[in-house]
Design a protein around this ligand. Sequence first.
Ligand code: DMJ
Length: 623
Amino acid sequence: MLPPSRRDFVSLTVSESGSYTNSKQWRRQSCWRKWKQLSRLQRSLILFTLMLLLVGGITTSPTLIGHWRDGVVGENGYDGKQPFVVNLKNEYRSIPPELPSENRLQTKTNASGLLGVENHGLHLKNADKGSKGGKPIISWRGAVIEEEHASDTDTKDTEIQDDPASLALAESRLEAVREAFRHAWKGYKNFAWGHDELKPISKSYGEWFGLGLTLIDALDTMWILGLKEEFAEARQWVAKELSFDKNVDVNLFESTIRILGSLLSTYHLTGDSLFLEKAKDIGSRLMPAFNTASKIPYSDVNIGKGTAHPPQWTSDSSVAEVTSIQLEFRELSRLTGDPKYKLAVMEVMKQVHKLDGKQDGLVPMFINTNNGLFTHQGMYTLGARADSYYEYLLKQWIQGGKTEKEFLDDYLQAVEGVKKNLLKKSTPSGLAFVGELSHGHFSPKMDHLVCFLPGTLALGAHYGLPADHMELAKQLMETCYQMYAQMETGLSPEIAHFNMHEGSTQDVDVKIADRHNLLRPETVESLFYLYRFTKDKKYQQWGWEILQNFNKYTRVPTGGYTSINNVRDPASPNPRDKMESFFLGETLKYFYLLFSEDPNLISLDKYVFNTEAHPLPIWPQSE
Ligand code: DMJ
């Protein structure tokens, strides 16, 4: 129970906020008043915390981080060679060396801990805010899109929550994420080093492609979290052990988003040419997948033999897989100056853009590699096999500097298609959810995978798309959170069924086969976007609850985290003995970015995340 004086203080603060003016002077005076009202004990505690932060900040100051960069990647680091870029007209010229080094600088500062983050943020405050009131440039069926960012989502974007209490809370949560990462890494290092996935219960590993998938997927996460030692040992493995000259079949989509995506991202963040060389190697080895009659790529490639094929049981590829490799291959063309990567993936987009079989912009789930036509028509979902098609429409438009209008048209049409065909409300709480359509029959089934959508909608609104996208994002965000909160473990199932009939007493039903949780990132990803754009603390709080529940039900004492079979049984969640690479590549990275108060830590005005959470640069307008 708080002593009376402290309760009075709280109510006094609230009443003061009625005369809020948002001026710096007001904030300074208010802070000073608040300071004077604190008890001696409270002041001492705050000073002690600040001291701790100061010491932490000094030990990771830019000088030392510079030393880290030099020591870790500088050994064979950015070589000053100017890579080449492709512009939107397919003209080639060299990338200014500032691009990688600028990005290094930003991450270097961010990686320097709380003080570094604060200084960096204050220095840049308002620096890259887009001008408002720009003339509308594009319209699609009445939806007018402003040239610069939507006014309700950018005003707070570059502000830092700089009061000591916010910063201390943020730092403790960031440290909790670093601790979770170290724990996951410990398991991987001890029992699965250099292999694809940790099996933390049996203290062993599983292979998928045999390429050290978890280690590669986690590279840029370690850099962003500032985990120097872990990054250094991983880099060493990439330099000494990683070889793509192997007789193995890999899935084109998975290896593009996880391996190529991470190598490109890590190259941009560090400037270390090792990662670009590896990216070029895997990128060129994946190209045989595009040697099909239709130019729609096969799902599988043997990266040693240079042969490609569809799965054994079909000549179809999934639509999400062939339309969610574009960010990575386009960037590879830009960096290498070789247009072949970009041309291959753009051909896929061109074909899908004009294909019959869509319903209000929604695409079927499969496409045939022989004739290039959609198959299994009449089934529409925002979940598995279609999800990232929608995500990459928006993100390619952003990556290319908002000039490729077909992507935007298709994206806007698809969002309208979702609203018209798939969006419903549950009973009793009226949660908005996105179901599925099968030959005209609606099913209230929503994959956890669909929870990427609030974040993508919010990102679009940030880039000037209609304000109702942001409203929908907020509603769906609440739903995705409820998919966690309404479960006994506080963790979401893989698939939820929403009740729609009157008299239902609970919104979410989970079928027995759908009760597993694979440590997936989508909800945390969307929480990150929603917090970045709204600064509404509830999104951080929801994320914090989810992190604690991961720690409670999926953390394995000897190292690592595990997927579980049953989110409805806290007494026996039943571990599956597998830590997916995306837990390190995506989930923990998005937790960290969600809890960070620095909007310039991977600025969403400079980077676009691929579907595996690897940030790639937004191309400068001049290219
Ligand atoms: C990841 O590999 C990617 O996010 C992909 O787009 C969907 N599935 C997993 C994570 O759930």
